[in-house]
Design a protein around this ligand. Structure first.
Ligand SMILES: [Zn+2]
Length: 215
């Protein structure tokens, strides 16, 4: 009974608006903004020999509105972006031609950071994927790391070494990691290393957006 009234009041207080262009009366990612997301030129990439990461995939180029979406979700806690972004992740997951994965694991953030932020953005991005495959507990971030910004590639890799730990459930499985953004791939590689140490046979990552995969 109150539901309709509460909804109307909420709609008045917080009218639906696009998070990326600010226009009122539009969904959280409106059609115009959606059209401005730049699709990745090479969405699926097989990693170089010797890397613990077997496959890297990202949907959009990390620039413009895609980068805005990632940053606003994470740092401005614009959680209304989560559902449309998760939907785009699922569209990509089902149409990109990815190999079959046994399990899907969101890239973990450290518990202290998750408590402060209130959520892990990677977990939110898994919400439209087949839930029977999603296992956030398979991988944990055991060590809090310095922010990667401003570090050289070598420093980034050292910074991340030993930051993740995977459980024995991973043994023999092919694992698809999910993250909001993959840049140098250092985080994904460190996650894959932990998964492989726990016996995973294959590890790939699907990210909402990414930069060049070879740098
Ligand atoms: Zn918009």
């Amino acid at each position: 009974m109150l539901h309709g009234f509460a909804k109307a009041a909420l709609g008045w207080l917080y009218p639906e608006r696009c998070e990326l262009c600010g226009r009122i009366g539009r969904p959280a990612i409106c059609e115009d903004c959606l059209a401005e997301l730049v699709p990745s030129e090479r969405p699926v990439d097989i990693s170089v020999v010797g890397s613990p990461l077997d496959l890297t995939a990202h949907i959009y180029v990390f620039e413009g509105r895609a980068a805005r979406a990632v940053k606003d979700l994470k740092y401005r806690r614009a959680t209304s972006l989560a559902a449309p972004m998760a939907g785009l992740m699922n569209d990509a997951y089902s149409t990109m031609g990815l190999p079959d994965f046994d399990v899907i694991v969101p890239v973990p953030i450290h518990r202290s950071r998750e408590n402060k932020r209130g959520f892990n953005q990677s977990v939110l991005l898994c919400e439209a994927l087949p839930q029977e495959l999603v296992f956030p507990d398979y991988l944990t971030r055991v060590r809090r790391t310095r922010p990667q910004v401003g570090l050289s590639r070598d420093e980034r890799l050292t910074n991340l070494r030993g930051a993740f730990s995977a459980g024995p459930e991973c043994a023999g499985k092919s694992v698809l990691l999910v993250d909001d953004v993959v840049t140098t791939g250092g985080t994904a590689a460190a996650c894959s290393e932990a998964l492989k140490e726990a016996g995973a046979r294959y590890a790939g990552i699907l990210a909402f957006c990414g930069e060049s995969l070879r740098d």
